[in-house]
Design a protein around this ligand. Structure first.
Ligand code: 5GP
Length: 194
């Protein structure tokens, strides 16, 4: 995705060797044109799957997941990090260690919204150690749903998330794969991406 690579290079800030800030288009401000392309790309990569629902995690997974669900024509459910007063019955929960905040959060989805007959595509903004993705997989498994794969907007390929997920037999599709953030520079895995 040329536009995603270009936007990462022009608008991303390397915070340190492990963290990239992309607040202008993904984590705080949202670029709707880029999100539309992201949705089209995920839909295309998973076009052979019969996806009934997209599962993501609030808040930064919602924008790319919503655009993907619109293109695929399926519903979207996001796991909540804070319990809502209206979410009382039939909750499916798990614990996830936050990469950026280094704290454990309970994330929850209503069991009314994902069912054993669902075939889920999981989407998230970043893949680092794979904790958020594993939490979403755990929720899907508790619901008895099947998982067609995981779509990630930005993968940090020098961290172990992808291999952890692939070990579980999960298909991982990442739209941008970062090989390194050293020397304040973003290096992509693919040399011919621009
Ligand atoms: P993981 O659970 O795979 O270790 O980390 C993924 C989650 O942590 C993502 O949902 C994302 O919110 C956050 N995250 C991980 N690495 C980065 C990063 O370099 N930049 C930003 N902005 N968020 C990150």
């Amino acid at each position: 995705m040329k536009r995603l690579y270009e936007t990462i290079l022009t608008e991303g800030t390397v915070i340190n060797d492990n963290v990239l800030k992309v607040d202008s288009f993904l984590n705080h401000g949202i670029n709707p044109h880029l999100m539309k392309e992201i949705g089209e790309e995920f839909a295309d990569r998973f076009k052979d799957e019969n996806i009934t629902k997209i599962l993501t995690l609030e808040s930064s997974g919602i924008a790319p997941a919503l655009m993907t669900s619109l293109v695929i024509g399926c519903e979207l459910v996001f796991a909540r990090k804070r319990q809502s007063l209206t979410m009382i019955d039939n909750l499916i929960s798990t614990t996830v260690e936050s990469y950026t905040k280094k704290q454990k959060n309970t994330i929850s989805v209503s069991g009314d919204l994902i069912k054993p007959h669902d075939s889920l595509l999981i989407i998230d903004d970043f893949l680092a150690n794979g904790q958020a993705a594993k939490g979403l997989i755990d929720i899907a498994q508790q619901a008895g749903s099947s998982i067609v794969g995981i779509g990630i907007v930005i993968e940090k390929s020098f961290q172990p998330g992808r291999s952890e997920l692939e070990k579980q037999g999960i298909r991982v599709e990442s739209l941008a794969r970062i090989a390194s953030l050293t020397n304040n520079q973003v290096q992509f895995e693919e040399k011919t991406c621009l």
